[in-house]
Write a protein that binds this ligand. Structure first.
Ligand SMILES: *Cc1c(COP(=O)(O)O)cnc(C)c1O
Length: 461
């Protein structure tokens, strides 16, 4: 016989229920207690004068507590299925790491390493050396330094080279990157003095030339990353800016944001100048992210002339923005893959996804539908539709990558309803709604996502 609960029981009463006693055998008491308190508190909110609006039986109450406990013990940071088609999705963790990068990270995590010891002398070494020669080999830079992220790289470079002095930047490049990285604010934080030149849409060489004074420490070019000014526009090319800097004996820095190490135009990804081109043009300091189009871990990469990198290496600030050993391991392994372009494109997930061609995506769509069909309710209709994916990460905002998507529809479910229900799963599924359809982009779906998709679709009748 079911015992119906009409008013909210006390904690001790609940803890003495048999299902709770067995929970206490497998979980620490404070954790179970927290789950009980959370559930009782929620019931109190829903009740009037301590009386439950809808009567609950004991097993329902215990069910709520078990669900709450599962949520409490589950990791707060967990995988999700990215069906949005945005490859470098900033809110979903940007780049996925290559298998070799994951392995290297684990290796260094589980064992001691030569992080800061020079094995030849047995003396203290520097963590930065592990990737410096590789970065120089791949990019042609004289010297390299890596830090926590590109925001830190820009801050360190500005503060090391231009504190108390003027930095000339075009008004068309005073960008804000998502998550509050704003050039004027970073400049203030670094101690550099922002000297804006030109206008939002047009900046000319003479704007830079007339701005240069004895107070000038740096000419800075910032990649506009996540926006584009179109129409009546003019900007000074990197070659012109380098020449201008040389004439005035002032260094030139470029914050290039995404930082592609490959020329991806042969794969249909045009508009991103590879890092190497900036260095070849003679830029003194280049900074970029490790986890945007480079496809590595979160990191900031500083490349350039030996004298400037050496100066930054001595900055106190470097200690505060230093790269962590796991990141370093993942970055090194990722960079190694770049020694062979084919290997890089095949093994680095970001590059693999970006370079997927429409025919392959169409075949993937058909194969996935076959695989899913056998495991999901018959009420779910899956069809293939054509569309576009985005690079993301504030890179190439105008570029559409042709793709194929899976449209999911179920009688009686709106696309918004599917979206909301999918986001609530233990492994949430994120898609997009377009023209009244709920869509998952095959470009960003991973083989490991199949069970989570099957689980999400199990909600349908
Ligand atoms: C993304 C970006 C940054 C910030 O890089 P993080 O690695 O996210 O810190 C800075 N500048 C530009 C131009 C960017 O595109």
């Amino acid at each position: 016989m079911k015992k119906v609960i009409c008013s909210i029981p006390g904690v001790d009463k609940v803890l003495s229920l048999p299902p709770l006693i067995s929970l206490l055998e497998t979980h620490p008491r404070p954790t179970v207690l927290a789950a009980v308190r959370n559930v009782l508190a929620a019931l109190r909110v829903d009740s009037v004068d301590g009386k439950l609006a809808a009567a609950l039986d004991e097993s329902q109450l215990c069910g709520l507590i078990v669900t709450e406990l599962e949520q409490i013990v589950a990791p707060a940071l967990h995988p999700v299925v990215n069906g949005t088609g945005v490859v470098v999705h900033t809110n979903l963790g940007r780049s996925l790491l290559a298998k070799s990068a994951c392995r290297q990270m684990l290796e260094v995590a589980e064992r001691y390493s030569n992080l800061e010891m020079d094995m030849a002398t047995g003396e203290r070494g520097e963590r930065y050396v592990h990737v410096e020669s590789l970065l120089c080999e791949l990019t042609g830079a004289e010297a390299a330094l890596v830090v926590n992220n590109n925001a830190a790289a820009v801050l360190l470079a500005l503060s090391g080279i231009a504190a108390g002095k003027e930095v000339v930047v075009s008004r068309g490049e005073l960008v804000e990157i998502g998550g509050s990285f704003r050039i004027p604010d970073v400049m203030r934080l670094s101690g550099g003095i922002l000297k804006e030149v030109g206008t939002t849409n047009r900046t000319h060489l003479k704007d830079y030339q007339t701005a240069i004074s004895p107070e000038t420490a740096l000419l800075l070019k910032v990649h506009t990353s996540n926006f584009s000014v179109v129409g009546f526009t003019a900007e000074v090319s990197i070659d012109q800016l380098v020449r201008c800097g040389r004439e005035a004996d002032i260094p030139v820095m470029a914050d290039i944001g995404s930082g592609s190490l490959l020329d991806l135009s042969r794969y249909g990804i045009t508009g991103e100048t590879p890092v190497q081109e900036y260095l070849k043009a003679g830029v003194d300091i280049v900074t970029c992210s490790g986890d945007k189009m480079l496809g590595g871990p979160q990191a900031g990469i500083i490349l350039g002339k030996r004298s400037f990198v050496a100066k930054l290496r001595k900055e106190q600030l470097l200690r505060a923005v230093r790269i962590d050993k796991l990141t370093l391991a993942a970055l090194e392994a990722t960079l190694r893959l770049y020694r062979d372009e084919r290997e890089a494109v095949a093994e680095i997930p970001t590059l693999r996804m970006l370079t997927l061609q429409p025919a392959a995506l169409k075949a993937k769509a058909a194969a996935w539908i076959r695989r899913l069909r056998a495991k999901i309710p018959a009420s779910v209709s899956l069809t293939v539709v054509a569309g576009d994916s985005q690079v993301g990460g504030g890179s190439l905002p105008l570029l559409d990558l042709p793709t194929f998507l899976m449209a999911i529809s179920v009688e009686g479910w709106s696309p918004q309803g599917i979206d909301a229900a999918f986001r609530e799963r233990k492994i949430p599924v994120l898609g997009r709604i377009q023209k009244g359809q709920y869509l998952l982009d095959l470009r960003t779906l991973q083989d490991a996502d199949i069970p989570a998709l099957v689980d999400a679709m199990s909600i349908f009748p």
